[in-house]
Design a protein around this ligand. Structure first.
Ligand code: ADP
Length: 246
């Protein structure tokens, strides 16, 4: 597996407090990874660095086979380069149908000129149907998004990100507030999505992480404390101490 993203020796200080401390992290193409860690471990700041929202004081963030540095790129350019981010709260257009939400996400890919001239082509409509099938919302294509359940809205937003065909998708606590059945579907969805792109899932729910069945990175005090299978990291004494607050 070739490396898609390489973060090395990155640090971030907020008002003298080191939120990220010499953190290094690598992810390969089409890899699924969970990032866990207690509150304040630096998970959000870590994602903010990758997406360009927060600039590190030191270190490198290198992207793709051309080894481009993301550090001088704007958030918009980083998104265009193929990094998508799903925040915890779904942000879909509630008055629009599932189909139109997905179409809008496809349009976004084409830049301003594309949006002005846009008429959904047969292939776009087909792509939207394929996406809806992938996220489990085919039967809901004509429904207003505002009428969807919380879980369905989360899937729709994942579908909208997939419509933009990212090479890396960052997902923040996708299972929060979901029913057990919705969690199960979300697991399948993320595992499926990671077959053709890298997916990083920040998650608190250990049962959910177990179902993802992927390599886990444990963050603590802004650094990587442990990395490996869930069984490997949860049997690490440092990780046990951190989770038990010792
Ligand atoms: P997590 O997502 O793992 O809970 P965060 O990345 O949100 O952790 O935060 C890491 C640490 O950095 C926390 O101690 C938090 O209080 C601090 N922090 C995060 N953002 C800021 C900020 N803008 N200003 C000051 N401190 C911050």
């Amino acid at each position: 597996m070739s490396t898609l993203l390489e973060v090395s020796g990155v640090s971030v200080t907020f008002d003298g407090f080191r939120a990220i401390n010499n953190l290094s992290f690598q992810i390969g193409d089409a890899e699924l990874r969970s990032v866990i860690g207690p509150n304040g471990a630096g998970k959000t700041t870590f994602m903010d660095i990758i997406t360009g929202k927060t600039r590190p004081d030191e270190g490198r963030v290198i992207w793709g086979e051309k080894s481009i540095s993301l550090l001088n790129m704007t958030e918009a350019k980083i998104a265009q380069a193929g990094i998508g981010r799903k925040f915890q709260k779904p942000t879909v257009f509630e008055d629009q149908s599932v189909r139109d939400n997905l179409l809008m996400a496809l349009k976004k890919n084409r830049g301003w000129f594309g949006v002005l001239l846009y008429r959904p082509s047969k292939s776009d409509l087909q792509k939207v149907e394929d996406l809806a099938t992938e996220i489990g919302l085919y039967q809901e294509l004509s429904r207003k998004s505002g009428e969807l359940s919380h879980g369905q809205k989360q899937w729709l937003e994942i579908g909208m990100l997939l419509a933009q065909d990212p090479r890396l998708l960052l997902v923040d606590e996708p299972a929060a507030g979901m029913t057990p059945q919705e969690r199960e579907h979300t697991t399948d969805l993320l595992v499926q999505a990671a077959k053709t792109r890298a997916v990083v899932v920040v998650e608190h729910d250990m049962e959910f992480v177990r179902r993802l069945n992927c390599k886990v990175t444990v963050l603590h005090e802004g650094s990587v404390l442990a990395e490996g299978s869930l069984d490997h990291v949860t049997s690490n004494q440092d990780v046990i101490d951190v989770y038990l607050g010792r």
